[in-house]
Design a protein. Structure first.
Length: 208
């Protein structure tokens, strides 16, 4: 199946000049097949704006796609919720942050794996070994999870609620309503820069 993405390979390289070789453009394009509504909805400008919003947030989470796994190894064993009936079959220290949105916790690995048809609860390391899987987990969160927000990130953009709702969905009160203006403003800065690369207006409702 041929899949196209509104961001070209050249634009991707321009946005992420110092990225890890792990985060391939080809892996991202392949992952979009799992969520065909991503960056294809609402007309050309909205599609580009959604792509910019997604790339801005993953850039913020990984310092420009430099990091594949969570840097603080001391907290790796904190992400196993033992109250879940399925436990942590891969080991209590195996559900640390990985990939473009730093997927963490056993329950998130389970939910993402079930949605994508992948054994992520049993084999969470697939997220740091397979670029397409890594991008799929990011798109899973973006398109299906509300988090502490009111919309999925996808619905926040295509519904005209603005970039601010993607920040709220990802980090909610940790960054919005004065929680951490520096982090919030960095996401907005990245979004504006990527919109410029893609040639699309960022719109309004940027800060939360």
């Amino acid at each position: 199946m041929s899949t196209t993405f509104v961001v070209t390979a050249a634009q991707f390289e321009q946005i992420f000049p110092e990225r890890s070789d792990f985060y391939t453009y080809e892996g991202l394009v392949a992952a979009t097949a799992s969520y065909p509504e991503f960056s294809t909805t609402g007309g050309a400008d909205v599609a580009l704006r959604e792509a910019a919003a997604f790339l801005a947030n993953v850039s913020h989470e990984t310092f420009g796609l430099k990091y594949v796994t969570e840097l603080n190894t001391a907290v790796y064993d904190h992400y196993c919720d033992p109250s879940q009936p399925y436990g942590c079959p891969a080991g209590v220290d195996q559900y640390y942050g990985r990939g473009p949105v730093q997927l963490s916790w056993n329950f998130n690995y389970k939910a993402a794996g079930e949605a994508l048809g992948l054994p992520l609860l049993e084999e969470p390391w697939l997220v740091e070994q397979d670029p397409t899987v890594a991008w799929q987990t990011a798109l899973w969160y973006w398109n299906t999870q509300v988090g502490p927000g009111s919309f999925t990130c996808h619905d926040g953009i295509i519904g005209g609620h603005g970039f601010r709702e993607t920040i709220r969905t990802i980090n909610g009160p940790l960054e919005c309503e004065g929680g951490n203006p520096r982090q919030m403003n960095n996401r907005v800065k990245l979004f504006r820069e990527i919109c410029e690369v893609l040639g699309v207006d960022p719109g309004d409702k940027l800060t939360c």
